[in-house]
Design a binder for this molecule. Structure first.
Ligand SMILES: [Zn+2]
Length: 169
């Protein structure tokens, strides 16, 4: 577990910590019903604005994020869906195929723009948030979405969003 915690320190953490939490059922952009403990505070493990437990059952999210609140929440929802086993192998395979990605889903693929480890899981979360919160597939986003470098050509963005909306449940 510790190696996972180190590799995914940016957004995924090993387990829930004690503290104030509220059970919540979040409706994701794809219509999935996601049951989580939503803790409105920064990540207690990393000090970042948000993170999600590896089991997908707890999301920490700093509430004072203004217009970035929803995109970051949806990014964490993607991790929660993954953690709860709600992302199908077909969706992951399609995401990897479209991006030409190979290798382990959770392996560190190098530093993000902020110097954090980047994995396919992080790219997936970034893409899922992009698809769920941006108005059009030709919309180019800035930080924090771009932190992990998921900024593919338009065709790949369209196909990726199509794959999520059709299959991610
Ligand atoms: Zn993340």
């Amino acid at each position: 577990m510790r190696s996972i915690l180190i590799l995914l320190a940016t957004c995924l953490v090993a387990s829930a910590a004690p503290g104030d939490s509220a059970g919540a059922v979040l409706i994701t952009p794809t219509g999935a019903h996601l049951s989580v403990n939503l803790i409105r505070a920064e990540c207690p493990y990393t000090g970042h604005t948000s993170c999600t437990a590896v089991d997908g059952r707890t999301i920490w999210l700093e509430p004072r994020l203004g217009s970035l609140y929803r995109p970051i929440l949806v990014h964490e929802e993607a991790h929660a869906l993954s953690g709860q086993g709600l992302v199908s192998a077909a969706v992951r395979a399609r995401f990897m195929q479209l991006g030409g990605y190979t290798g382990d889903w959770y392996a560190d693929r190098g530093p993000s723009l902020a110097g954090d480890p980047t994995s396919l899981e992080e790219l997936f979360a970034e893409a899922y948030s992009y698809c769920g919160t941006t108005p059009r597939a030709d919309y180019r986003y800035d930080e924090p979405f771009g932190e992990y470098g998921w900024d593919p050509p338009r065709k790949q963005r369209v196909q990726t969003c199509d794959a999520f909306y059709r299959r991610l449940r």
